[in-house]
Ligand binder design. Structure first.
Ligand code: BMA
Length: 340
């Protein structure tokens, strides 16, 4: 047993590679065979990135942002035995409405996949007369029924918690504008039924640190640990040559997750490799999912790279939490409840 416990279901197998010798600057280290998904991964799809995976039965399943060859993003279903080598359905996920009739979004990107109770929820960004959040549920990965859109425009980067807290579903989101938003902070909303959302709270604002000074947004579904909810998020810096997206880490209070207990002043991963620095949009590392094993404390982070590829990075829960705590810098707007 390690120092901190991951409070999540057991994982029978998960992708893993030990930390390379001499690795000093990273508590998240990259899989040596990255990127795990390259260009033109499916017919009619030029790039897959910013995607989310989960264990399902005895394999892995995932929802993948596929940029079609006409440039419009959509969500595709993928399956894998090992979490590394993926095969994709040829067709886009066929969303339906509650009557079972086809109900496809105009476009769909940056999907997250989270299981709460016995239901799998897909959450993404879509057009709702402006960019906002779309949601659907499935129990069998065959029928995907869309739910009411939780928020009016403009909003992005919605991330659901993997369990209810005090009986309520909890969703992080990042209110924004209609374009390549040059600002953004993370908020929390709760719902009794996944339809009506309210009791909104501020969680944390863009940081005083350079790498996350422009905007931030939720990344992977928070991981429950004995120390709090471990959140991997993205932080953006606006350089003279464009945005740079890095991966940050914070720990939220377990019962009141709008309170930030620790927030790492340093990035955990930033564009350094060719597949992160070079692509359709250079200098992007964008986390959307993790796999974690309570038994060994291993964590695998799936991230989009340069809006062109999917990368995989690994870490150990004890080392990640200690690093976040040792380099934590929290402000009053981080630690307070977040209501004014
Ligand atoms: C954000 C989102 C992400 C994308 C990133 C970098 O606004 O659109 O999908 O990875 O920009 O282009």
């Amino acid at each position: 047993m390690g120092k901190y416990q991951i409070l999540a279901p057991e994982m029978c197998k998960m992708p893993w590679q030990p930390k390379p010798d001499g690795e000093t600057n990273h508590v998240l280290w990259r899989y040596s065979e990255n990127p795990i998904i390259g260009r033109n991964p499916l017919e009619g799809g030029a790039r897959i990135f910013n995607s989310a995976v989960m264990p399902y039965k005895d394999v892995f399943i995932g929802v993948f942002r596929g940029e079609q060859t006409n440039g419009i993003p959509y969500i595709y279903l993928g399956r894998s035995d090992d979490g590394i080598h993926w095969s994709f359905d040829k067709d886009r996920i066929p969303f339906v409405n509650e009557k079972g009739e086809p109900f496809m979004p105009v476009y769909a990107y940056d999907p997250r996949l989270v299981k709460v109770d016995d239901v799998y929820y897909v959450i993404w960004c879509q057009d709702f007369y402006g960019a906002s959040i779309g949601m659907a549920k499935t129990t069998d990965f065959v029928t995907f029924t869309r739910l009411e859109n939780p928020f009016i425009p403009f909003n992005r980067n919605a991330v659901l918690f993997p369990r209810r807290i005090n009986g309520k579903y909890m969703l992080l989101s990042r209110p924004s504008d209609s374009g390549h938003t040059p600002f953004g902070d993370i908020f929390l909303s709760e719902s009794p039924d996944m339809v009506y959302w309210g009791r909104h709270r501020h969680v944390m604002s863009r940081g005083s640190n350079w790498w996350e000074s422009l905007k931030i947004g939720g990344g992977a579904a928070p991981i429950e640990t004995s120390e709090g909810w471990l959140l991997f998020y993205h932080g953006v810096s606006g350089t003279c040559n464009g945005y740079v997206y890095s991966i940050g880490g914070a720990i939220l209070d377990r019962d009141e997750p709008s309170r930030v207990k620790y927030r790492c002043a340093n990035w955990l991963l930033t564009p350094e490799e060719w597949y992160e620095e070079r692509g359709f949009v250079p200098n992007v590392t964008f986390p959307c999912a993790t796999l974690q094993d309570p038994e060994t404390g291993r964590i695998a982070v799936y991230y989009g790279a340069a809006d062109s590829y999917v990368g995989l990075a690994f870490g150990q829960v004890d080392e990640i939490i200690d690093y976040i705590k040792d380099h934590s810098q929290v402000s009053e707007t981080d630690t307070e409840l977040g209501i004014r």
